[in-house]
Write a protein that binds this ligand. Structure first.
Ligand code: FAD
Length: 285
């Protein structure tokens, strides 16, 4: 099933993201966690893609397992910055062979090791996938502006280029203040971006990693969120409960304001995904 049909429905949708194992010895644990999350029957699941290419083979395999074993629709991420055209097309073929209909088309982050590449920006990948004709294509967007962008104006202009190249929807980078998302929507709608924008929400249960994640993603931490981390960050059980509550509050507010879809960066944690889903179960389809 195509993601655009899922997120265009009358009731808001909740979906989850997982990432494939970084090393072979973690395969079983990651596949098991992903199956547990898929077993919650979210609206769809997405599986990320290693930009350096190291674990890229697992993305299609994990998507195929989720789709075949749980019948939950899947979206495979695909990056291009460290790949040749031949590598990208081989991956697209593998997705088609596994009957995967949805692709999140990304540039990816540059990695220190040198890689041969035929791409500069995600819009080039999006145009190639669109030309293939059968995939529903998603793209990434940045309510707080992509960290490499010279200005928020340029960033939105390039977002419109991704829509024009064939993106059916966008998913946001994580944000911790919903006003950031609402203001972003105003700006992109004015610039002619008309496709649905899925809100990406990260439940923070491990404060150790959050400063690094925010530095990389450009997401700002509001004062009220910092107070929670200050108060509960040292106690894993308290932080987990508080992080789930904070994410739930964000999601309820987004749904109440008419946002059609929320994608939860569930970080391969079935218990966190289950708790969030339980908290909003009557609000979604
Ligand atoms: P682009 O859309 O190409 O944008 C990158 C930068 O280039 C931006 O600053 C943009 O404004 C600028 N730009 C775009 N076009 C032009 C142009 N024509 N001229 C000049 N500047 C231009 N990374 C992974 O490795 N694997 C994943 O699975 C993954 N999943 C993600 C999912 C989501 C929802 C998000 C938000 C991010 C994800 N990322 C993933 C991270 C992403 O790859 C990085 O943020 C990356 O730096 C940018 O990718 P992009 O597709 O947004 O790039």
């Amino acid at each position: 099933m195509k993601i655009i049909d899922i997120i265009s429905g009358p009731t808001p949708s909740l979906s989850f993201e997982v990432f494939p194992p970084k090393t072979t010895d973690k395969i079983d644990a990651v596949f098991d966690a992903a199956m547990q999350i898929a077993g919650l029957q979210p609206a769809f699941m997405s599986v990320t893609y290693g930009a350096g290419g190291g674990t890229s083979a697992y993305t299609a395999a994990l998507c195929a397992d989720i789709q075949n074993l749980t019948h939950v629709p899947v979206m495979a991420h695909l990056t291009c910055i460290n790949s040749t055209r031949a590598q990208v097309h081989a991956q697209m073929q593998s997705l088609k062979d596994n009957r995967i209909e949805n692709v999140m088309a990304l540039r990816g982050d540059r990695v220190p090791e040198a890689h041969e590449t035929d791409y500069h920006y995600a819009s080039e990948l999006i145009a190639e996938i669109a030309a293939e004709g059968s995939f529903c294509i998603g793209g990434a967007c940045y309510p707080e502006t992509h960290p490499e962008s010279s200005s928020s104006f340029d960033d939105v202009r390039h977002l419109k280029e991704k829509q024009d190249a064939g993106c059916a929807f966008f998913t946001t980078q994580m944000f911790f203040d919903n006003d950031v998302y609402y203001n972003f929507l105003y700006r992109i709608r004015e610039a002619g971006v008309t496709v649905p924008v899925v809100a990406g929400i990260m439940p923070v249960t491990n404060p150790g990693s959050i400063k690094r994640i925010c530095r990389i993603s450009g997401a700002a931490l509001p004062q009220r969120f910092c107070r929670i981390v200050d108060k509960y960050g040292a106690d894993p059980a308290q932080m987990k409960q508080a992080g789930i509550a904070y994410a739930t509050q964000q999601i309820v507010d987004l749904f109440a304001n008419g946002v059609p879809a929320v994608h939860v960066y569930s970080m391969n944690k079935p218990d966190v995904a289950a708790a969030i889903l339980a908290n909003v179960s009557t609000l979604i389809r």
